[in-house]
Design a binder for this molecule. Structure first.
Ligand code: ADP
Ligand code: MG
Length: 280
């Protein structure tokens, strides 16, 4: 993986009416996702509810982007649309140069498998299988030999500090933090361009949440692009860019230095000021 640790923060785009990404070789800081004019409405007992209202957003390579906002603002809806898990009512999403909004369902499924890793609030591991088998099943969706998949899983489990004995247990036999770290391994097994996480620490106590956040910070330092939804400001501090979703659009954004730079107090203050401005 490319080491983008030394990358300085890129100047941030304006959330609305951002200029189109310049063409050229993709590198750190170039847009991996460009979404324009996203609309999402739901029909609830005859009443139309508009959740995303002409929303535009760029997600850049090598960034750890966090999306915050009030409960019910549409954070999960936005994340699932960007990840190709749901179809927005309107607008376009380019992902790694491909228009995923134009893809047929079967094309989109293949694209997602190859490019997206998902981590949910509940780990969603299959309960009857060991942690290792959960990862192997996910790895088998792409065309590699079982030996390659097992080798890769072992590397990834080591990276998230889950030992060989624990890998053989089921999710019910390990701690919440271990199960969630295993679900991150599952998300990474197919080398996704982007890892999506929806409130990944929401169901964990603070000690286990920290072990999970440390994994995200480490992945970011290794160059992995991450988009995480959270309502927790301590989790948000791990990001280098925080977006605030309100009234169906990205109402503002805050650029933080990289977590690895260790300037915790400065980051915390900057985020606190930003969240206050946003009416958090
Ligand atoms: P958040 O993640 O910010 O808390 P969500 O994206 O889950 O918010 O939901 C935003 C709004 O959209 C909520 O009012 C929710 O009830 C509504 N919503 C989400 N998904 C659906 C759906 N499939 N059908 C109807 N309403 C939905
Ligand atoms: Mg949500």
């Amino acid at each position: 993986m490319t080491d983008w640790n030394t990358m300085t923060d890129q100047p941030t785009d304006q959330p609305k009416g951002c200029p189109k990404q310049k063409s050229g070789a993709p590198g750190p800081g170039s847009a991996i996702i460009s979404a324009r004019g996203l609309m999402q409405s739901f029909d609830v007992s005859g009443h139309g509810q508009i959740v995303l209202n002409d929303l535009s957003i760029d997600i850049r390579r090598g960034n750890f982007t966090v999306i915050m906002g009030p409960s019910g603002a549409g954070k999960s809806t936005l994340l699932y649309a960007l990840a190709g898990l749901s179809r927005p009512t309107g607008g376009t999403i380019d992902f790694a140069g491909k228009s995923i909004t134009m893809m047929r369902d079967d094309e989109l499924a293949v694209f997602r498998r190859r490019n997206c890793g998902f981590v949910f609030q509940q780990h969603q591991l299959l309960e009857r299988m060991s942690l290792m088998d959960n990862v192997i099943v996910a790895g088998a969706l792409t065309m590699r030999s079982k030996r390659q998949i097992v080798e890769k899983s072992r590397e990834l489990f080591a990276l998230v500090h889950i030992d060989t004995e624990t890998q053989k247990r089921t999710s019910a036999q390990v701690s919440g933090g271990e199960a969630q770290r295993a679900s991150i391994v599952r998300a990474l097994i197919n080398d996704p361009a982007l890892v999506f996480a929806d409130e990944p620490t929401g169901a964990l106590n603070s000690r286990h949440a920290k072990t999970v956040l440390d994994v995200f910070s480490m992945l970011h330092a290794r160059g992995q692009s991450i988009v995480m939804v959270t309502h927790d400001r301590h989790s948000a501090l791990r990001a280098n860019r925080v977006l605030y979703l309100r009234d169906g659009v990205i109402a503002g954004e805050c650029a933080l230095g990289s977590w690895a730079s260790g300037t915790y107090d400065g980051r915390e203050h900057k985020l606190a000021v930003f969240l206050e401005e946003m009416g958090w």
